[in-house]
Design a protein around this ligand. Structure first.
Ligand SMILES: Nc1ncnc2c1ncn2[C@@H]1O[C@H](COP(=O)(O)OP(=O)(O)O)[C@@H](O)[C@H]1O
Ligand SMILES: [Mg+2]
Length: 238
């Protein structure tokens, strides 16, 4: 039996332990809920996988194991437990993780004047993201799904606090996967600065990083997130 939507109502218990508070999102892979651990009152996030996206538990297992392997990378959410529950008679795999407070980058950018970040904010954000993803690349891994709905952002002091949710399994890590992450970081940066609209008004140094979003140009300049992070730290610009 295939389930189109789980549509869990608030108050419902998951695995007898987690009370549903609200829906945080739904995508191709499944549905994500803010929940409260009954025994402690602590907020957590439960991601429920649709059977068609889970390959008999393979997606959830991949995701959990990768989050566990990368648990020392502060930019990633912390995996807590996996649960298997029944909904409408079907087995559903659930991944419980920490709840990250903040807002989606997409939403955050839309709220800003002109619906974009200033160049200075943009470079701070890119630096924060590159430094976080650098830790993932350092252990030979990749994220695989970097975009503005998978980034939770909060302002913090001079810069931003960012966390990544979600990942995609493109198979075993490779230099190509790592470079694709770097391209995605630059694409996020470009989009946050307004994308094509106003690109010509950006300073030459910022445009040099964006490289007109040409994959090969970007990948030739920065092979890993670490290269990008180091470049930003010493660049001179108008
Ligand atoms: N740990 C978390 N803390 C806070 N919000 C989260 C968390 N995980 C997911 N979300 C929110 O739920 C949305 C969907 O989660 P995600 O894991 O990206 O699922 P999907 O596969 O549907 O893209 C995210 O865009 C984010 O806004
Ligand atoms: Mg997502």
């Amino acid at each position: 039996m295939t389930i189109e939507r789980f549509d869990l109502q608030s108050g419902r218990l998951i695995a007898g332990k987690y009370e549903v508070l609200e829906n945080l999102g739904a995508g191709w892979e499944g549905e994500v809920y803010l929940v409260m651990e009954r025994a402690t009152g602590i907020e957590r996030v439960a991601k429920l996988f649709y059977a068609h996206a889970d390959g008999r538990g393979r997606a959830v297992k991949f995701y959990a194991r990768k989050l566990h392997k990368l648990r020392h990378c502060p930019i990633l959410i912390q995996y807590l437990t996996g649960e298997r529950i029944r909904i409408k008679g079907a087995q559903v795999n659930v991944l419980i993780s920490e709840f990250v407070e903040g807002e989606r980058l997409s939403q955050f950018v839309r709220r800003q004047p002109g619906r974009r970040l200033t160049q200075f904010e943009g470079i701070h954000l890119l630096h924060e993201l590159a430094a976080g993803v650098e830790e993932i690349h350092r252990v030979g891994e990749y994220h695989g799904d970097l975009h503005d709905d998978n980034i939770i952002i909060r302002r913090k002091g001079l810069s931003f606090n960012v966390k990544l949710v979600d990942m995609y399994n493109w198979g075993r890590p490779s230099a190509a996967n790592v470079r694709e992450d770097v391209y995605d970081l630059v694409k996020i940066f470009y989009d946050c600065l307004g994308g094509r609209r106003g690109y010509h008004r950006l300073s030459p140094e910022i445009r040099w990083i964006c490289s007109g979003l040409k994959r090969t140009l970007i990948m030739d300049k920065f092979r890993t997130a670490g290269h990008l992070r180091r470049y930003i730290e010493t660049m001179e610009w108008e």
